[in-house]
Design a binder for this molecule. Structure first.
Ligand code: CA2
Length: 153
């Protein structure tokens, strides 16, 4: 039976880290010309299709991101582009590990084709999955992946 007939809608937080508010405005050769608002709009359409209540946020500070991950514990899943914090943000990693909900880490660029410091993720070991290098389409893949994980539980 479809989940919508039996349970409340799944709640997923899509959380974006520092500087991603500048998406589409600078460095289009690396990140493309799509803005964060464009991504939010695309995901809203997909969320409706998948039966998901979506919250889409961006914060620059690691503490603010930690606060939102802690709030997400009352929901079902997390899609996280931690931006540079993904490479060294242990407080954010601890929050994701403690959240007890599946998290899919997403990066727009192929971090493995870039500087060596981007080749490490401190989040990936505590995430359910990791997507990078698929451009902004990675967010749609990540939303589908986290929904799949939630339904498996
Ligand atoms: O590829 C990604 O999604 C990243 O998470 C983006 C981060 C970077 O530090 C990670 O290594 C990979 C950077 C976000 C900054 O985004 C900007 C967008 C437009 C202009 C300037 C920065």
């Amino acid at each position: 039976m479809p989940r919508s007939l039996t349970c409340p809608l799944m709640q997923v937080l899509v959380l974006n880290g520092p500087n991603l508010n500048m998406l589409g405005e600078r460095e289009p050769e690396v990140y493309g010309s799509t803005t964060l608002a464009d991504i939010a709009a695309r995901l809203a359409g997909l969320a409706a299709e998948l039966g998901v209540t979506l919250r889409f946020e961006q914060r620059n500070g690691e503490g603010e991101l930690v606060d939102l991950v802690q709030e997400a514990r009352s929901g079902d899943g997390l899609v996280l582009n931690p931006a540079a914090y993904g490479h060294y943000g242990y407080a954010l990693r601890d929050a994701v590990a403690a959240a007890g909900i599946p998290c899919i880490e997403v990066h727009i660029s192929n971090v493995y084709a870039r500087e060596a410091f981007r080749h490490t993720s401190v989040i990936a070991p505590v995430a359910a999955g990791y997507i990078c290098g698929c451009g902004v389409f990675g967010y749609e893949l990540a939303l589908r992946a986290v929904v799949h994980r939630i339904q498996e539980r």
